[in-house]
Ligand binder design. Structure first.
Ligand code: 5AD
Ligand code: FES
Length: 350
């Protein structure tokens, strides 16, 4: 395709309310100077929406217990080789305070999808964080009954992350034998109706996934108008049924990230830990292809090493807090800075 034709294609996806799937696929298929133009356009839109500040979201992986069997995930319940843990309320509060002491104003509490998690216990944790600080609290604990989501919202939780992982129903079923894609989409609607800032996202490079599947993911993100969208590569975990598959390719991830930025504009999009955990750390490339968020890990040892969603996870041995100066360095390496704001959604007035 000549470059002026590619420029027209970029314009169409950037301005369209419901872009054509074939246009999205063409962007996802870009290479060489087309790919460079794709990343440049995404970077321009990221700057227009958010400026040059990179937001920091502290993540505390408070429990590795999981009741599901996602084919790709190291926390799946059939994986018996990992230590399961759940941090105490005091431990979670200490980690959150550590993040606050670094100037961070938002914490993501993440765990496996644990059927034994007591909703009122987590509500107490949220209340304790909210009463001791002005931090925004994001939960990422999977599919739960509406009453639990409502309880946590009343306790003060501001945001919720629930990745769709893939919107292809057949692939979804294959990867999640004990789950239902319609129920997951229903959870996302419920969360939005309860007033959460909602994040979703997908995994790129799943075995059997096509460019059309990824294009549908992007159209889904646009249709649901998510506040946050996390995109990362598939990383094969040897302790899972997909252990001998190849990892997702970084170039494909960057194209999905950039095309998503161009199509959806002002959602917060992290340079995910998975992007940093391939053979090389590609988070800088992601930040230059549309991402505006980094997620420093504040899970304390020995838990951090036990939360092995995928192998070779970045920042596994660093002490808590070490990621913050590292991220300052990353930001200045590309002429950007760290933004220590709460990073609320641009889509709503809070
Ligand atoms: N490779 C990449 N990402 C993974 N996740 C889980 N397992 C893997 C894997 N093997 C991601 C999912 C989940 C998030 C917490 O981690 O997208 O939502
Ligand atoms: Fe964690 Fe660099 S981001 S040490």
């Amino acid at each position: 395709m000549c470059m002026s034709k590619f420029g027209t294609l970029l314009d169409r996806v950037a301005v369209g309310d419901a872009p054509d799937i074939s246009d999205i696929v063409a962007l996802l298929d870009a290479s060489g100077e087309e790919a460079d133009a794709l990343f440049a356009r995404a970077d321009e839109i990221r700057r227009a929406c958010f400026g040059d500040g990179i937001l920091l979201r502290a993540i505390v992986e408070f429990s590795s217990r999981c009741s599901r069997d996602c084919a790709y995930c190291g926390l799946r319940k059939a994986h018996r080789q990992i230590k399961r843990y759940r941090m105490s309320t005091a431990e979670i509060l200490a980690s959150t305070l550590e993040a606050a002491a670094c100037g961070i104003k938002t914490v993501v509490l993440q765990s496996g999808e644990d059927d034994t998690l007591d909703p009122s216990w987590l509500a107490d944790v949220v209340r304790a964080i909210k009463s001791g600080s002005d931090m925004a609290v994001t939960l990422s604990v999977g599919e739960k009954p509406q009453e639990a989501y409502a309880l946590w919202r009343r306790a003060g939780a501001d945001r919720y992350l629930l990745k769709i992982e893939t919107t292809n129903p057949a692939l979804y079923r294959q990867l999640h034998p004990d789950m239902d894609i319609d129920r997951r989409m229903e959870c996302l609607r419920v969360l939005r109706d309860l007033g959460y800032q909602v994040g979703s996202g997908s995994i790129v490079g799943l075995p059997g996934q096509t460019l059309e599947d990824l294009a549908q993911d992007i159209l889904f993100f646009k249709r649901y108008d998510f506040d946050m969208i996390g995109i990362g590569p598939f990383i094969a975990h040897p302790g899972t049924p997909l252990g001998s598959e190849g990892d997702g390719e970084i170039d494909a991830v960057l194209r999905v990230l950039a095309t998503t930025r161009i199509a959806v504009k002002n959602a917060h999009m992290p340079a995910t830990t998975a992007v940093g955990s391939l053979e090389e750390d590609h988070r800088l490339a992601a930040l230059k292809a549309g991402a505006n968020v980094l997620m420093p890990n504040f899970t304390p040892q020995p838990y951090r090493q036990a939360y092995e969603i995928y192998p070779h996870k970045r920042c596994l041995t660093e002490v808590s807090g070490a990621c913050v100066p590292c991220m300052e360095t990353m930001a200045s390496a590309i002429g950007r800075c760290v933004n220590y704001g709460r990073g609320d959604s641009l889509k709503i007035k809070v």
